[in-house]
Design a protein around this ligand. Structure first.
Ligand SMILES: [Zn+2]
Length: 107
């Protein structure tokens, strides 16, 4: 049996990997292997999904995503990369808002 047979594709980066659903379900652990190639990508997946479903706010998503390893995110699956760039935009929005506040206070 070829153990390295690719039977899954990461929902985040699209990379192929091998994971045994039966083993994972039997053990009840490492559920992330069903969706992603690394636990880090699974964390990103949860943030992107929750943000997308309006379960967490943009602010929360930004805080959480900054704790993840976003290495090579621009090469992630297009819809994932799009959402991540949207979340990362939060920094800019925050700065712009701060500028507005300063302007208002100055009035
Ligand atoms: Zn991945």
């Amino acid at each position: 049996m070829n153990k390295s047979k690719i039977n899954h594709w990461c929902v985040i980066c699209g990379k192929g990997y091998h994971a045994c659903n039966t083993c994972n379900e039997a053990r009840g652990v490492d559920l992330w292997q069903k969706f992603t190639d690394t636990s880090n990508h699974y964390r990103i997946y949860q943030i992107v999904r929750d943000y997308h479903n309006h379960i967490i706010s943009l602010k929360k998503a930004h805080t959480l995503i900054m704790k993840c390893d976003l290495d090579g995110w621009e090469d992630f699956r297009p819809n994932v990369a799009k959402t991540i760039s949207e979340i990362l935009e939060y920094e800019k929005t925050k700065k712009e808002n701060r500028k507005n506040v300063v302007t208002l206070q100055g009035m």
